[in-house]
Design a protein around this ligand. Structure first.
Ligand SMILES: O=C(O)CCC(=O)C(=O)O
Length: 306
């Protein structure tokens, strides 16, 4: 597997960052976030996992049982406890992240309230994928210039890898998901895990990886005895449209909605979006696969350089 190019030398130069994103489809920025803040969120997530009985003790990420998997049942059976961690959602509003996204997107970026708190359980599938290859546009449908920030809460390397990307794949357009690869909502595209084009890094808490909605990305099987914890946060401009489902927690309606999750929070602003965001619901008269057949990515300002 190749190594990601480190762009921290141009961290404060939005034009150069945008140029590199246009060229490679990703930006790897080690040491971007305050380590203390990331560790505090990680501790809150571990405490929630421990409360669910998924970890042995909140001081470590060692799993209680190697047989546990994160399935669609986990969305209603425990995931709400992770989604109710306020510090996790507040992190998406960290000034450093919002300024970085606004600089690249060319305006005041906001983060979708639907944020993935990912728990990658160990598995024995040597050499396979944990997250199968996909482009985020396949789930977003109505805006192309949506950037994901992937944030590791655990160090990743070797048997415990983090996200990998196919550099340059964003320039090959939208790839229709292959329904035979599964998922209630088809998302995945066929790529082999041993393809030498995959690129990743030995991530540490505080690092971030930014990628475009058309960049093919995946994650390899976690073969360690610890969970990998990470976040996917998605940012866009309020002038671009969004599907209304992203106003709700990730996993909703299986995951409970915000009124149930935010009971003890100090602020609701972490889950609000600018009032002007055009919300475009999916057409009611089409089956999901027909929607996927019809969608085309709107012209990308980032990729076209205008
Ligand atoms: O962390 C993972 O395993 C996958 C992340 C992902 O697919 C995303 O950030 O869009």
């Amino acid at each position: 597997m190749r190594s990601l190019r480190d762009s921290s030398d141009v961290r404060d130069d939005p034009d150069e960052l945008t140029g590199r994103l246009r060229e490679a489809g990703y930006l790897y920025l080690p040491g971007t976030l305050d380590l203390g803040r990331v560790e505090a969120v990680s501790a809150d997530l571990r405490a929630a996992l421990c409360g669910l009985g998924w970890l042995d003790d909140s001081g470590s990420t060692r799993v209680r049982s190697r047989d546990r998997r994160f399935t669609s049942e986990s969305m209603s059976g425990g995931y709400g406890a992770l989604q109710s961690v306020e510090s996790f959602h507040a992190l998406a509003h960290d000034r450093v992240l919002v300024d970085l996204m606004s600089g690249i997107l060319g305006g005041p970026a906001f983060c979708h309230p639907a944020r993935v708190a990912r728990v990658a359980f160990p598995a024995d599938d040597a050499g396979g994928f944990f997250t199968r290859p996909h482009q985020d546009f396949a789930g977003l449908h109505v805006a192309t210039d949506v950037l994901t920030i992937w944030i590791p809460f655990t160090s990743c390397s070797g048997d415990h890898q983090g996200l990998c990307v196919l550099p340059g794949s964003h320039r090959e357009g939208f790839r229709r998901p292959d329904a035979t690869m599964g998922g209630a909502r088809p998302l995945y595209v066929r790529e082999e895990p041993d393809d030498p084009r995959w690129a990743t890094a030995d991530y540490r808490p505080g690092d971030i990886l930014v990628f475009h909605s058309l960049t093919v990305h995946a994650a390899m099987t976690n073969r360690s005895d610890r969970v990998r914890l990470s976040a996917d946060f998605r940012y866009q401009l309020p002038t671009d449209p969004m599907r209304p489902e992203f106003l709700h927690p990730h996993g909703w309606p299986r995951t409970p909605d915000w009124p149930e999750l935010t009971g003890g929070w100090t602020s609701q602003r972490w889950i609000s979006v600018p009032a002007e965001v055009p919300l475009i619901p999916p057409p009611r008269d089409l089956a999901y696969m027909e929607i996927l057949e019809k969608i085309e990515p709107p012209r990308s300002r980032i990729l076209s350089g205008s």
